[in-house]
Design a protein around this ligand. Structure first.
Ligand code: SF4
Length: 348
């Protein structure tokens, strides 16, 4: 174990080749900003944020579909709070609600069970977005719905998986020298998820916890592993190589891989999960999402999500677009890069 002081000194005084390291987890993005980690690094090490915020990577077409569903007479859209404030083509779910749309905010997808049971005359559609971490929760929801014989519950799915988008960023965009692997995702999938990617891309991956010193240790490891296609698990208290097999099996019972549309990227083959045919009755119409227009044409969320620019490079950042006057999804979500750069004055 390298003493933290040595790690800090090494990272501050590093004078090797310039490195760009990407964190692919909204919680890491938040912690990096809160702890002021960019200020602890040499100017030769740049941290950039990736597509780790589930709300941010969801395409406009999906928001528009939720809005249309909420305006149907017997349908109620159920969602987490962040999704309410993201603007689709013209309006947000909050706007739709103000016009009579039926929208309920919950803290857990499982809350939808009670809503559906208590209101049998309505159909409840849960906005099922998220990564490998959340998919098993939706599987649990459907399992319970089947057990309780609840038939007025649906999912509008835009579920994502990490390997495809990481590969897209590394190969199509390039200029990344290593990844801080998504921590919550790794708990479910295990660190082995990143092994084929590391080998193929010849890039290092470090699985990290969420404390400031754990993130610093991961950055140190990535610098030391530069140019090597290796995965290092620095979060063994929560992450194993195999992951949570029970959660993986639960997800595999209800969902199967599919192509998926990402904001700012387009469709990446095999980068999503959809309901299996035998559970198609739970689907609220999730097929064919692909449009990617933005509410404000000057919004640079697409480039921010792929690490092409920093949030503060967007012309609207901090001027027109703030947490109080959001112009794009990355400023709306509590896991969004722009939001965290703004509230923590992160500059890199
Ligand atoms: S600062 Fe606002 S407008 Fe610019 S990329 Fe971020 S969310 Fe979009």
């Amino acid at each position: 174990m390298i003493p933290l002081n040595e790690i800090k000194t090494f990272l501050k005084e590093y004078s090797g080749p310039p490195l760009r390291l990407m964190e692919v987890c909204g919680t890491h993005t938040a912690q990096i900003s809160r702890c002021g980690i960019p200020g602890m690094l040499s100017s030769a090490i740049q941290l950039i944020s990736g597509p780790g915020c589930p709300v941010c990577v969801t395409v406009t077409d999906y928001i528009d579909r939720l809005i249309r569903l909420s305006l149907q007479p017997d349908t109620v859209v159920v969602t987490f709070g962040d999704m309410l404030r993201v603007t689709g083509t013209d309006q947000s779910l909050n706007d739709a609600k103000a016009q009579g749309g039926q929208v309920r905010m919950v803290y857990s997808p499982l809350d939808t069970l009670n809503l559906a049971r208590q209101n049998p005359d309505k159909t409840f559609v849960f906005a099922a977005v998220g990564f490998e971490t959340t998919t098993p929760v939706y599987a649990m929801l459907l399992k319970e719905a089947l057990r309780m014989d609840i038939r007025n519950l649906r999912l509008l799915t835009s579920l994502k998986t990490m390997p495809g988008v990481i590969e897209w960023i590394a190969q199509k965009q390039g200029g990344i020298d290593g990844f801080i692997a998504p921590g919550h995702v790794s708990v479910v999938t295990g660190s082995r998820l990143f092994e084929p990617l590391a080998e193929k891309l010849k890039l290092p991956f470090a699985v990290a916890g969420f404390q400031g010193e754990e993130i610093l240790t991961a950055i140190y490891a990535l610098v030391k592993m530069r140019g090597r296609g290796k995965v290092l698990n620095l979060y063994p208290s929560a992450v194993t190589r195999e992951g949570n097999l029970e959660a993986q099996e639960a997800a595999a019972e209800f969902f199967t891989p599919c192509d998926s549309a990402w904001r700012g990227i387009g469709v990446i083959p095999g980068s999503g999960m959809r309901l299996k045919e035998k559970y198609a009755a739970f689907d609220a119409g999730s097929e064919g999402l692909d449009s990617d227009h933005v509410h404000n044409p000057l919004c640079r969320c697409a480039q921010v999500l792929t690490g092409a620019i920093r949030p503060c490079d967007c012309p609207l950042f901090g001027r027109v677009c703030t947490p109080a006057s959001q112009q794009g999804a990355c400023m709306v979500s509590s896991e969004g890069s722009c939001y965290h750069y703004y509230i923590n004055r992160r500059k890199n």
